[in-house]
Design a protein. Structure first.
Lengths: 402, 402, 402, 402
């Protein structure tokens, strides 16, 4: 009789290596599947390791460009900051990883998919909701949540099964990374009064160590997509990686956030998003000159909803498609160039220009060039203030005195 | 026969000095009224100058503490950034100035109030709507908008009337300042591609000139009000002034913004808000640990409305009172201390603590102390993802493949 | 040794009567607690029945007026319709019942609270979240969800324990009722294509059976509270009961709704809210003349959040207090009289008047009395349309032709 | 020398007939342009009359189907009720009329466009903003607003110019009508306490005169578009006209509204929208079974914005396109049939079914067929209520007692 197959999201680390064995113990044939979404993995090594620790098959997928174009780009165009701070790092990669897992499962005829998340984070929700949304007939297994072992018990089991124990096992941190940034939690970070130690960071220089000379770059956008830096074209994943590098050197994009998780608790996380923050700032400034006020003022409402939807694991809700349709429609205007000064942790937009700019110097100027009809203001103000004036005529008694 | 009286918002500058004479020419007895809302004016000098240029009476009012407590504080608690960038500097002082003008007008039996705004900015709207809301029977006059003179014509008139011409008349900028910050427009700033020159700034050091040593401060909040710095109590206006000083030295709070004015045009402005930005960051972080998720996620909706209302000159709409009632109710929880590192243009919150903190280390931790029931996640995820799962069962055909 | 005490929300029906015994079997001393929130219960009978089926103590509480003033009134002032249809009938009573259960538990020194909900409705969430919010140390038990019996098994157990079986046990419906309305689900209603049979309704006449003569009533409001009908004062609970009676006769307030439950499924329910709908219509019309446009346009945003919060069982979230602070601030203006024609299922507002009316006939009229300055419109339109005009100047190519 | 040409929105009534002459007096060659958007005009007669009163050319355009498909349909799919009451009757036709005027102006080489609105309504704003958005180089003229005559002066002028005076000139009302409904203001309606007299209505029967037998119809929708009634296909304009007829007989769709105009005043209007209301109710019910909760709860936010945008004359803002992109994306699911009972002023949806229905009887039922996993609720509730539970643990002192 053939064994039931499970596709496991495999990272090469201890938890998922142990999971290969644990799932095998449960009677599954384990197919490992590892994605590179920009964290710079050695995919070949991981592919081999999966087999070594007991997988019957091992997939590795370079998903960087797909991640950049279909996930990170949407976050950029939405100015997606969860709780006005967190640019949705891990929340963006989970649906893509889920999609690839389901694709492999369907191809391999697997009946289950497994992930390595614990039971208290957001990622378990994102994986499971996404997988069920993509293929409701697949079973989802969360070995780490199920076995509920202490660190010691897990190591014990690993030793028994000849699973190699990583040398950096005593790192206090729990880290996740992709093109759009790096997140870090646990250890000393669990005390929200404690300053994050330098060791908590991996992508950015400390302000104290940044260059004393600024770097000024120009980023070109076409329909809201960053396409070149200093005139040089990049595909999107390369552009972000390149920016992570140069903005990271200038210490840009460190975020220290106590956030509300979907599962009902607050947690403190430290993020680094040098490329993302640089692009988010530049994109916003280009929108400021190219979007009409109506759109500029309502887009954040749509974007906030999209941000929460993604954070909450509902990427594959049809609502995302509708929100995306709105956003994409607005991006047709977002063409032009932004000049950014990278310096001492700042991505300072110093200039922006666009063939679609709605900034009209003739209307804005206070010089003799002025084309604005100042007399129109009189009638405008009269009607604009009429409701409060009428309200006052009815209710006024001592409004000024009170 | 007695002349009709007008109360003029008097700044001591050329425009309003000329306005004293121009209004006198129109047959008014002019009562000058000058407020200090934190820009550091010499009120005595201005009071005398008003009389010198023809006012029949001259009021000066130190409104700093009232401005801090009733206007700036609300902006702080609302995290009020217009278009996610501008912390409402001038928009906050206009209603207070209007209120004082109306009070003086009622006391003096004046029939009109006058302000020195042109016809293309937001401030004319703010003044006129506020005045009409406070006392609909008062006439509002905008001399600068009405006379519509060129700079040369205005100087001609001033000379003829013996009005002293300021020496810095050739400054290209148009500046407004109060406790909450400084705004600057005009001149080279009208080109949104041009980097603002250092001369455009007045409250903050250039990053290049900031100290190489950070300054770390602790700010205590009581019910959302900052009450002390490093343990030393301040009244609110002094606290903000003090922060403007120390944060300004570190180059904090420069903002370069192309914004959508209420009167239908885009304009580019440069703001400096060292104290405001420092407080806004600290206050947000304290909210992050003290506000329940429900409030944390809905408060921005209320705050956005309040911000737009204030920007658009509707401070005295009764909607502001209702929005304020919401906000004040949330602030009862915002007690505690925030540690901020001032360095190289950044106000970095490194730690936050509160007797009301909802951050629960026992629930958040990944150590053996964990009090979170991880098994609850299974049922949660099942129901959380049920709608997308059902949607998929009905609609799924090739969702994965597409 | 004393037994642990549990306070059970007791209705007198089969489920909760069985629950008394079942909880006793689990080793609890059961304290029954029954509230009248306007469904017209015979509290004395229920009190005695609880003892008869095994409760050690039995509380009955007339909570009608508290329910009217603190729960139904807020729903009225918020125009709370979940999904624009359902006026929150059961969702409103659950937090009050929870509060009373917790009060009794604290008074009696009970360690647990129990309710009779199943595992697929909203009410289990509302009870349990409310109880935990009021006293996190209390255990919450859901006997019906736990025992998971079929109807037959439950009856078997009841017979065995000498619990009287109600005669109407074969009713296909599941009904809940209070002052604010009556909800009904199950049976034929589970088919959303089927017309609800007349037997599904209990509070309202069929349109076919309503009087052929309309009834015209005048309702007076003070600060948003309905205080009298046709000049006669009522306390709020009596006013609503009275309106349920007269509006019910005219067939007002039937609602047939397929709604999204909190637990992830859609369900079809039939509601009857004759008094509620009449008051909701009248209150809205009074607001239409007394609230300034700013408030009229933003209040629905606050109200929608409040409605969802209540539906979702989060009455005791501090967000409710903040939302309520907003709403109460707006109600100071809602004074006046509304004339309503009750006829053929309609509550038609035919007239509304208020000492605070912002409707200004002088400004609205097209007669010679007109006090509106029509020339102001020219300037207003110019600036109002300026952004779209500028947008067109930049982007127009063939906008008209396309 | 050739005269400048103006294209006038011509209705055939007194105001626009006088405007032909008045514009001719101003030196223009007047091109009349009359649209039928469903009000049942005799276009041929109007075309001739325009020439008779002095137009140099006269266009008539049957725009019913374009109006139905591109304007009314969007309002239907958005459930567009301004201030939760008014289904945007005139607000919908103004942009289409403006578009046709601009097209004619461009074709004829006219330099100006004129409309017959006064200076205190919304329609002047809608026309002028739309025209400027479509072609900023066109001048817009509002003769009625400019001449500012009393009724008597206008008649005097008409007599002098041999313009025929309509016999119904003493009608107290001001009426506008199209496919989507009929609006009426002025006269006795200006008193918001007065019941609208029967004479104010034109499309609907009084409840007292409606049939005593209900009419039950089935409406089929495809992607949110109503396509057939009782199985018979109609093009959209015909379907709406047909529904206006049958629903009008049953007295459906009378609305009496005191609304906030864009120009700062409140006005009282009476609307009749029998077809629109019937379709709006049916469409909403079909969405209730076909849209996922996420969409069902956020679509109203988008729809409210769209509704306000249209009401406020900003149809041609690019924001409308983005909002429309969102809405159209949601309509792919809105397929199915709704059964509506037309009776005594009600359009009662009694049944709804869809091949895309997300209502799952297996999940919703309380019978033995139940497929819902009730045990999942326990974990769900635990995490759903965790924030309020933690909040209570920190803040609870006497929450229950207070």
């Amino acid at each position: 009789m053939t064994k039931k197959k499970v596709v496991l999201a495999y990272s090469g680390g201890l938890d998922t290596s142990v999971a290969v064995q644990w799932l095998t113990d449960q009677g599954y044939a384990v197919i490992a599947c590892c994605l590179d979404v920009g964290e710079g993995k050695n995919l070949k090594e991981i592919q081999e390791k999966a087999i070594k620790v007991g997988a019957v098959n091992s997939y590795v997928i370079d998903a960087k460009e797909e991640f950049a174009n279909e996930y990170a780009l949407l976050a950029l165009q939405a100015h997606a900051y969860y709780e006005d701070k967190y640019p949705l790092v891990s929340a963006l990669s989970r649906p893509l990883i889920s999609k690839k897992l389901v694709e492999v499962a369907e191809k391999e005829g697997a009946t289950a998919v497994a992930h390595g998340c614990t039971g208290k984070g957001n990622d378990q929700v994102r994986f499971e909701v996404a997988i069920k949304a993509l293929n409701p007939s697949l079973e989802v297994i969360a070995p780490v949540r199920e076995w509920a072992w202490s660190r010691e018990e897990e190591i014990e089991y690993a030793k028994e099964k000849n699973i190699p124990i990583p040398i950096n096992l005593d790192s206090p941190y729990s880290i996740d990374q992709n093109l759009w940034g790096r997140s870090n939690e646990c250890g000393i970070l669990e005390d929200p009064w404690a300053t994050p130690p330098e060791g908590a960071y991996g992508l950015t220089a400390a302000l104290e160590d940044t260059p004393n000379t600024p770097e000024i770059i120009e980023i070109d956008f076409e329909k809201g997509v960053p396409v070149s830096i200093n005139g040089e074209k990049y595909k999107l994943s390369d552009l972000i990686i390149h920016l992570n590098d140069i903005a990271g050197k200038h210490g840009i994009g460190r975020i220290d956030h106590v956030e509300n998780r979907l599962v009902g608790i607050k947690s403190r996380e430290v993020y680094e998003c040098p490329g993302a923050i640089t692009l988010l700032k530049a994109h916003k400034e280009l929108e400021d000159i190219t979007l009409i006020k109506d759109i500029a003022h309502f887009k954040p409402v749509v974007a906030k909803k999209l941000t929460e939807l993604i954070y909450e694991g509902l990427w594959f809700s049809p609502l995302r498609n509708a929100l995306e349709a709105f956003l994409k429609d607005t991006q047709q205007y977002v063409n032009g160039t932004v000049r950014v000064k990278l310096f001492k942790g700042h991505a300072i937009v110093e200039g922006r220009k666009s063939p679609n700019s709605l900034y009209n110097e003739k209307l804005a100027t206070y010089t003799a060039e002025d084309a604005f009809d100042q007399s129109a203001a009189v009638g405008f103000i009269k009607l604009w203030g009429l409701p409060t004036e009428v309200h006052s005529m009815i209710h006024r008694k001592e409004s000024v005195k009170k």
